[in-house]
Unconditional design. Structure first.
Length: 217
């Protein structure tokens, strides 16, 4: 199965904002609209592709599903896991293996999207149902412990998405839920500082230069 590259169709990077998506769609839709290209079947086909790309990428839920589908069908050198995990212990073994695999990676060169989707793959509905059916709280806590390890290098946006997926196996584990929320808050503080520290440094430097200039008068 071929997965269309909607980002390429709209000429956008994968981290494009909703505003960027809307602007690209309006520009391309205007360019290829049938009213402007009435005799061009090529333009009509492109208009349909652009419209389809916009409908998927502008909708948050459909965009997330598309990202997962797109990731699944690409040739990333991702870690392969035992797909025959029929017991909680086997599922736990896969999480432990991913934690070990992640720990061996350089966090500064790590592709966080790959790690996120591998976690999502292991947290599939099938695995969650099996864990709920067995109700092995000890194994579930061990799985959550491995997820906490794997999540440490991830941005807060990925961890927030994981909480919703993890809720079925964390129903009675308020301690782990609180830990995840603490990790998210700490991540957001760090990300905020990383985003604005250059601006703060520039402002501070400008103020110091102004003070030196004033003092020299």
């Amino acid at each position: 199965m071929i997965v269309k590259d909607y980002y390429k169709i709209l000429g956008l990077p994968t981290n494009a904002s909703k505003s960027d998506i809307k602007k690209a769609y309006r520009r391309l839709a205007l360019q290829y609209h049938p009213d402007k290209q009435a005799e061009s079947t090529y333009a009509a086909a492109l208009f349909q592709e652009v419209h389809e790309a916009y409908q998927v990428l502008y909708d948050d839920k459909r965009r997330e599903e598309y990202h997962y589908e797109r990731w699944t069908h690409t040739n990333y050198n991702r870690k392969k896991f035992d797909q025959r995990a029929l017991t909680p212990e086997a599922i736990y073994a896969n999480f432990r293996e991913l934690a070990q695999y992640t720990a061996s990676m350089d966090i500064f060169r790590m592709n966080q999207e790959i790690i996120y989707y591998q976690l999502k793959e292991l947290l599939s509905d099938e695995n969650a149902s099996l864990l709920n059916e067995w109700k092995n709280e000890q194994v579930n806590r061990k799985i959550i412990g491995e997820i906490l390890k794997i999540s440490k290098p991830l941005n807060s946006s990925y961890i927030e998405k994981l909480i919703d997926i993890m809720m079925p196996i964390m129903i009675n584990d308020n301690n782990s839920i609180n830990k995840l929320h603490q990790i998210i808050q700490e991540k957001k503080r760090v990300e905020f500082w990383d985003k604005y520290k250059i601006i703060l440094v520039l402002i501070t430097t400008t103020l110091l230069c102004w003070m030196i200039f004033r003092a020299a008068k």
